[in-house]
Design a protein around this ligand. Structure first.
Ligand SMILES: Nc1nc2c(c(=O)[nH]1)N[C@H]1C(S)=C(S)[C@@H](COP(=O)(O)OP(=O)(O)OC[C@H]3O[C@@H](n4cnc5c(=O)[nH]c(N)nc54)[C@H](O)[C@@H]3O)O[C@H]1N2
Ligand SMILES: Nc1nc2c(c(=O)[nH]1)N[C@H]1C(S)=C(S)[C@@H](COP(=O)(O)OP(=O)(O)OC[C@H]3O[C@@H](n4cnc5c(=O)[nH]c(N)nc54)[C@H](O)[C@@H]3O)O[C@H]1N2
Ligand code: SF4
Ligand SMILES: [Mo]
Length: 759
């Protein structure tokens, strides 16, 4: 039998690399980078190469599991699984109201057409306010700041890395993460190119990361103090007459005076000690940024998941604006996604902006953001009795027991649930709590288009992958499973006509599009558009709609050239739609029709930053500042869920705590021996790795480990269990504006594990 070679996009992270997959006798024999991919040009990382192992993983679930009375799981048919859900879930809703069922949506859902399009349909059908997701352990601060400044959560400026002369990276390690809110395969090559064309890359990080090593300059910073550094840089710009948004933004910026006044309170000399960065370095960084022909500031997890995540995210773009770099080539620009920009209320250039707090959580009264509650409220909403208590949970592609704060409380809370359903591919730390686990086809058994992350790409690109292998005959597509759940929670039952429901969803989507005056199909006949989409169904039908109605689409005009799904199917290496284009002012959806440089909620919160600065300054003596815990991504991990792939976990154990030699000596910690790390909410023991790659006063532990919990059915992962760092993350202390958990900069204490507890 001859080999067949096909190409597809890797769905595992934001880089969206093209893969060339060789199949012989129905099995993948080789995966390598697709050199003809218009975007990734052959780049691949070890995870992409392991898709076949994931597909073949014997622990990956192929049939639904139903929990038995003794707590074990039995394999059941799909009809039995849905029947059980229908028997148990609606009565809870009927007795206790819609809010009694919570939902949690995890990260792989953001790279999954089915979950993206139909997850939303399920949430709507559930009608619960208790919707949570990985967004509040991740990027919400960036989206909130962007929403306030530019008008929508999706109007996030992306560093134009391929044309910039100067890139300032804060709290991101794209050489390990492959980039985030910056879809950019082969970031190493792109950073190298900046340097080769005479530009400069600066990395601000409490840790000497791979990215820091590949940069021109690495500046250590104390965790959680980026907002101070950024404010001080703004201070330099405004006091040294370096602030100039540029002619291209004339009349489009409001709030500059307010920002100027606020920044006066943060001279570099005042923040230097707190940040651990000399004032002169801060001044130089600001000047270099302003003086570079083009420059972009980019911040990620190390800026967002901190006590001042929204503030830091805001100030990143304040710097982009003040240095004249917003919305111009080589600066920070807005992607033009081929699928259009959803969530854009209002007309181009002006809109309703974003508002938070339309409802709030029951126990702590925390505000909704973009229709979600902070995931850190999930445990208390379950374990606090009373009217409105959460009694059931649906998880979709999420592992909150490992990935979200105060893991031990959350796991205990899950045990109290009356009913839980997980749509997932593994029996893992979270899904072991479920009553029913519904698996989904593997990434090789479904089509792929990175609908969400192409919206944050450093070039405008589109690439669609079809199905490589047929899914098991009786297994529904993930979207079909979601629609059956919709049937159940809306009283139509598990036997709901999925095809009819799907057509209903598509009809609504077409109607919305034709009712949007700025759409290229505004006013068009809904039935005509639906007919043009036939015979496609499910997420591919919606994708075709979005592509054709989108900014590069054929507009459903016969004979017009322009994108369509059929066009993408004929272009397996993808379609390059060119470099990022200036999008001002049309991209704005703020009420003022301008860039809101000084959003009111952020301005009001500056007092809190002053308080933090005062507290840091007061506690300047050695030993008076707590040790701070930060995270550490590794190229071969993917949050919590790819540790069951042998080639990705082999080698030296990676789940260690990094400690600076000075701290190790002071605390009598020995390399290779265990340390006990304690925080307000929990304690873990973990092997010490002494290294100068982390700054004094800071320790680093990777997240996503701790696979030795009872009931987990992931043989490889359990043999390489590691420890769950989120046992230390606090569910009560959140970034107040976005409700995002503080995962970087957690106050901890450290001692040798050989010291008896409490000694
Ligand atoms: N301390 C600390 N904690 C962190 C972070 C950190 O940096 N430090 N990072 C945070 C970030 S950025 C994120 S995004 C979150 C991630 O948080 P989560 O999304 O909750 O966690 P993941 O580990 O990504 O778990 C993904 C789950 O989806 C399942 N899965 C995989 N593919 C599919 C699929 O195709 N369909 C379905 N239905 N299920 C699938 C996996 O088996 C797994 O159970 O973790 C956060 N937690
Ligand atoms: N290999 C791999 N790739 C991934 C993932 C993965 O788990 N593994 N996860 C994916 C997901 S879901 C996401 S969201 C992205 C995340 O992508 P990134 O944000 O690029 O990933 P991190 O490695 O968390 O980078 C955060 C950096 O911030 C630093 N840091 C910590 N605290 C501070 C601070 O206070 N200030 C500053 N300036 N820096 C700080 C950390 O040392 C770290 O280097 O990665 C994605 N890609
Ligand atoms: S970098 Fe991301 S998209 Fe590319 S191969 Fe690795 S996991 Fe897949
Ligand atoms: Mo993430």
């Amino acid at each position: 039998m001859t080999d067949s070679v096909s190409v597809r996009t890797c769905p595992l992270c934001e880089a969206s690399c093209g893969l060339e997959v060789t199949v012989a006798d129905g099995r993948v024999t080789k995966i390598r980078g697709d050199v003809d991919d218009v975007f990734s040009k052959g780049f691949i990382c070890p995870k992409g190469g392991s898709l076949a192992a994931l597909h073949e993983d014997p622990d990956r679930l192929r049939a639904p599991l139903l929990k038995q009375a003794d707590g074990s799981f039995a394999t059941v048919t799909w009809d039995e699984a849905f029947a059980e859900i229908e028997r148990r879930l609606p009565p809870i809703q009927a007795a206790h109201g819609r809010d009694s069922v919570a939902a949690y949506l995890g990260n792989p859902g953001a790279h999954n057409l089915s979950a993206l399009v139909f997850g939303r349909v399920l949430l709507k059908a559930l009608g619960t306010k208790n919707v949570t997701s990985a967004s509040t352990v991740d990027q919400y601060p960036k989206q909130l700041a962007s929403g306030w400044m530019f008008g929508t959560p999706l109007s996030v400026p992306i560093p134009d890395v391929d044309r910039t002369d100067h890139l300032l990276i804060l709290g991101a390690n794209p050489l390990a993460s492959n980039g985030s809110l910056m879809t950019a395969p082969d970031i190493r090559g792109r950073l190298r190119a900046i340097r080769e064309r005479g530009g400069k890359v600066v990395v601000v990080d409490p840790r000497r990361t791979r990215t820091a090593e590949a940069a021109d300059e690495h500046v250590f910073i104390r965790p959680g103090t980026d907002a101070l550094l950024l404010f001080a840089m703004v201070h330099v710009l405004v006091t040294e007459e370096l602030a100039d948004p540029g002619e291209h933004l004339d009349g489009l910026v409001t709030g500059l005076e307010t920002v100027r006044a606020l920044a006066l309170g943060f001279p570099p000399e005042a923040v230097a000690d707190a940040c651990g960065i000399p004032a002169e370095t801060i001044r130089r960084m600001a000047r270099e940024l302003a003086e570079a022909p083009t420059a972009a500031v980019y911040g990620r997890m190390g800026t967002t998941t901190t006590a001042f995540g929204t503030t830091a995210s805001w100030l990143v773009d304040v710097l982009n604006v003040l240095t004249g770099n917003l919305d111009r080539p080589g600066g920070a620009m807005f992607t033009t996604p081929a699928s259009g920009s959803p969530n854009t209320s209002g007309e181009p250039g002006r809109g309703r902006g974003v508002r938070t707090g339309r409802f709030s959580s029951r126990v702590r009264g925390l505000d909704e953001v973009f229709g979600e509650l902070p995931v850190a409220v999930l445990a208390e909403e379950i374990d606090t009795p009373g009217e409105g208590q959460v009694r059931a949970l649906i998880t979709l592609a999420g592992n909150p027991v490992v990935s979200t704060p105060n893991s031990e409380r959350l796991a205990a809370a899950f045990d109290e649930l009356e009913f839980m359903v997980s749509i997932d591919i593994y029996l893992n730390e979270t899904t072991r709590h479920a009553d029913v686990i519904l698996p989904v086809p593997s990434p090789l058994e479904r089509p792929h288009y990175d609908l969400a992350l192409y919206a944050f790409a450093v070039r405008n690109v589109a690439n669609f992958s079809g199905t490589l292998f047929e899914k098991p005959a009786d297994m529904p597509h993930e979207w079909e499973t979601l629609l059956r759940l919709v049937g159940i929670v809306t009283g139509q039952g598990a036997g709901v006509d999925v095809a009819a429901l799907d057509t209903f969803v598509a009809t609504e989507a077409v109607r919305r599009e034709s009712n949007t005056t700025s759409s290229s199909i505004a006013g068009r006949d809904v039935d005509e558009i639906l007919a043009a989409l036939a015979p496609r169904v499910g997420p591919e039908r919606i994708l075709d709609l979005l592509l054709r109605a989108g900014p590069f689409g054929d507009g459903f005009v016969a004979g017009a050239d322009g994108l369509s799904l059929a066009g993408l199917e004929a272009a397996p290496h993808g379609v390059d739609l060119g470099p990022l284009q200036p999008r001002m002012p049309a991209v704005l959806r703020t009420p003022s029709g301008q860039i809101e440089l000084a959003p009111e909620p952020l301005v009001r919160d500056v007092d809190r930053l002053h308080e933090m600065l005062d507290a840091w300054t007061a506690a300047s003596g050695a030993g008076e500042r707590p040790m701070r815990l930060i995270g550490r991504r590794d190229l071969r991990s993917n949050n919590s869920w790819m540790h069951n792939i042998q080639p990705l976990v082999k080698g030296k154990p990676r789940c260690t705590v990094w400690v600076h030699p000075d701290d190790a000596a002071r605390l009598q910690l020995v390399d290779g021996e265990d340390a006990r790390v304690s925080a307000r909410v929990g304690v873990i023991e973990i092997p010490v790795q002494v290294t100068e790659d982390v700054m004094p006063g800071v320790i680093s532990i990777p997240h996503g480990w701790g696979h030795d919990l009872p009931g987990v059915r992931m043989q490889v992962a359990s043999a390489h269990a590691g420890v769950n760092s989120n046992i230390l993350a606090d569910d009560q202390e959140l970034e107040p504006l976005s409700g995002t958990a503080i995962l970087n900069g957690i106050a901890v204490e450290l001692e040798p594990a050989r010291v008896p507890v409490g000694a």
